[in-house]
Design a protein around this ligand. Structure first.
Ligand code: MIC
Ligand code: SF4
Length: 649
């Protein structure tokens, strides 16, 4: 067996562990973060659940920390009070990014971890099977429900050799993105193995599994070996270690070979994580901003390497440099090892431990200014600047740009700057202080929940109508991300206020001269119509935010028709009663017009009767057939108007 098969079989609750078949797996741990978490716990309450049934559940505050207005603080107070009552550990604002802290303090090899954030696979670097999902699925898992998913097909990635100086774990995952791209990988898992694994520390492995989210796979995983044991020992948690690996000769659906020694520094050019180029090919481009941080690249190693190069120097006069340590542990350790002093002296701007600019919370670059970030996503506009120019790269490439004001191959640093590759050794022991993680109360008796006035209820939805009186409110193209559907940045603070947040749906497609998407959708809904959204390939890439389903639902969207959907968004659409339908013919996608009316007769009956649905376009006097991939259970959820309705029944 490969490693994924072993963990799935160990956790199998229902179904047969055959690739492609739906299986139910037991969930050991869950995590939430504040931007998805508030809705998750509101749903947990709406389901009538009281205490969590998992081995461990943790609620993190890391995303929504700018606190312009009372919304964020109200959310944090709600999260802290419900965590105490529901039996959930609460990691306070300032303690760090959920994935980094979870890796340090909670994950364990062989565990199934479900997280309300798409980068939950970060813990795969430790041999956990860590999957990002929508909030409602986490709420159900906290209530003890198994997680239902397609048993994955496993892509084996055999690593040989070792990384050369100035080439980093980030370059490994950028190489994988170059090979696999961001689309077409739904239902797969990336399993790393081979002699090269040993050369990578757990945080480096986690950089690789973290950004597997951009490949669109269900998760990514490394074996658990002596390096894992070293890491856990240094975290004072050796007791949770167990060795885990694929059996000798295990089979994979597909095999990719990567010789670490042959890799070169890579970067994802604007504006997709799979627009991968060699840094040497784009060398010379002027850079105006460099940001080091995010759940992908903000470990102690990453920051020490950056500090090692910056030592005794000042950042280039044309470049703003920001540093965001991934966790309070990393922050404490860079302070203790002198790197914080180096950053301050070099002129870096020190940001708090959290997501910050990665989710558009400040430090948006100027127009036409190039920003080089060690983050994982460079979707257009995510930085807060429309038509931004964001390159994703390793800490090594980032620091080279910080000092020279240009993209340069970091292997040229010794000749250009006269600096050798900084020596780095992992400490025997990390700085351990869990004072910012509040354990839950022993019982929920008498525990009050703080519910500030900016916190609404999860919205309700009607059952699917018999006849869809549809209108195409938007025809979008390929690779539509959930950042396109439901932007974050300045709107992020409205996550607990669905009517207000819904005004921002598809902001990226609005123009000054026409009514906004939200206005058009609400008008059609209020006239008794049902909104339809049309997309191309790989619709719903990126984040796990279920608001990308909830807010369109609130605006009356009943149907989305696309060439293909990404896994998490597909599940969120079902959870909130929007029918995800698939084109059977490219010509039908081409023929559909923005704004045209579409009728679907007897949609519930058609969904129940088989896997095809007939759609008609009265204005074109045309009819076309779409299909669906829903199980019988999912069909009922969509017909009922979402999972909250089904469960209430
Ligand atoms: C992201 O990186 O896009 C986020 C913000 O972490 C999201 C979650 C969210 O939208 O709250 C994710 O990756 O799931
Ligand atoms: Fe936070 Fe960015 Fe990681 Fe999302 S990708 S969890 S916003 S650091």
């Amino acid at each position: 067996m490969n490693l994924v098969e072993k963990i799935v079989s160990d956790h199998l609750v229902s179904g047969e562990a055959v690739p492609g078949a739906r299986v139910g797996i037991k969930v050991d741990q869950t995590l939430t973060q504040d931007a998805t978490g508030t809705m998750t716990y509101l749903e947990f309450e709406a389901l009538g659940l009281d205490r969590v049934e998992t081995e461990l559940s943790v609620s993190y505050v890391d995303h929504n920390m700018s606190q312009f207005g009372p919304e964020n603080h109200n959310d944090h107070l709600y999260l802290q009070s419900i965590a105490a009552r529901a039996g959930v550990f609460y990691s306070r604002a300032g303690n760090g990014i959920c994935h980094q802290v979870h890796l340090e303090r909670f994950s364990r090899p062989g565990a199934v971890l479900l997280g309300a954030d798409s980068h939950t696979p970060t813990s795969g670097g430790m041999g956990a099977m860590a999957i990002g999902v929508g909030g409602l699925d986490v709420a159900l898992a906290m209530g003890g429900q198994p997680f239902v998913v397609d048993c994955p097909r496993v892509i084996g990635v055999r690593l040989t050799g070792a990384l050369g100086p100035w080439v980093a774990a980030k370059d490994v995952i950028l190489r994988v993105l170059q090979i696999l791209s961001t689309k077409g990988n739904v239902g797969h898992v990336l399993e790393y193995f081979g002699p090269g694994v040993d050369s990578l520390s757990v945080p480096e492995r986690s950089t690789i599994t973290n950004m597997g989210a951009e490949v669109g796979v269900t998760t990514s995983i490394f074996p658990s070996d002596d390096r894992t044991r070293d890491y856990l020992r240094a975290q004072g948690r050796e007791d949770v270690w167990q060795p885990l690996a694929a059996d000798e000769g295990a089979e994979y659906d597909r095999l990719i070979d990567i010789d670490l020694g042959e890799l070169e520094p890579l970067a994802a050019a604007p504006s997709s994580p799979d627009s991968v180029v060699s840094v040497s090919d784009v060398a010379g481009i002027d850079v105006h901003q460099v940001l080091v941080g995010s759940c992908t690249n903000s470990s102690f190693r990453d920051l020490m390497v950056v500090a090692g190069v910056l030592e005794g120097r000042t950042v280039h006069p044309g470049v703003h440099v920001g540093i965001a340590p991934g966790s309070r542990q990393v922050f404490e350790m860079i302070a203790a090892h002198g790197a914080l002093q180096t950053f301050i002296s070099a002129g870096c701007r020190i940001l708090e431990s959290g997501c910050g600019p990665c989710i558009g919370q400040g430090m948006s670059p100027g127009n036409d200014r190039v920003s080089v970030r060690t983050f994982n996503r460079n979707f257009m506009g995510r930085s807060g600047t429309p038509a931004d120019k964001v390159y994703l790269a390793s800490p090594e490439t980032a620091v080279a740009a910080a000092l020279t004001g240009k993209l340069i191959d970091p292997r040229d640093i010794p000749s250009v700057l006269g600096v050798e590759y900084p020596a780095f050794a992992w400490p025997e022991k990390f700085h351990i202080d869990d004072a910012m993680i509040i354990p839950p109360a022993a019982s929920s008796d008498g525990m009050e929940i703080e519910r500030g006035p900016t916190i609404g209820d999860p919205p309700s939805n009607d059952a699917l109508p018999a006849t869809i009186r549809g209108k195409v409110l938007l025809k979008a193209g390929d690779k539509i991300t959930t950042d396109h559907i439901m932007p974050a940045g300045p709107f992020l603070k409205f996550r607990s206020n669905i009517p207000r947040y819904s005004e921002a749906v598809f902001t990226a497609f609005n123009t000054a001269s026409a009514p906004t998407f939200a206005e058009r959708a609400a008008e059609w809904r209020d006239a008794g119509g049902h909104g339809v959204v049309v997309g191309g390939e790989s619709y719903g890439q990126g984040s796990s935010r279920e608001h990308a389903a909830i807010c369109p639902m609130y605006l009356g969207i009943k149907v989305k028709i696309a060439m293909s959907f990404e896994r998490i968004h597909f599940a969120n659409l079902v959870n909130f009663g929007i029918a995800p339908l698939l084109f059977t013919d490219d010509a039908d996608y081409d023929a559909i017009l923005d704004g045209e009316e579409l009728t679907i007769d007897d949609l519930p009956d058609q969904l129940r009767a088989g896997d095809t649905v007939t759609v008609s376009s009265p204005s074109r006097a045309a009819e076309f057939v779409v299909r669906h991939d829903l199980t019988a259970g999912e069909v009922e959820v969509v017909i009922a108007g979402g999972k909250l309705n089904t469960l209430a029944k």
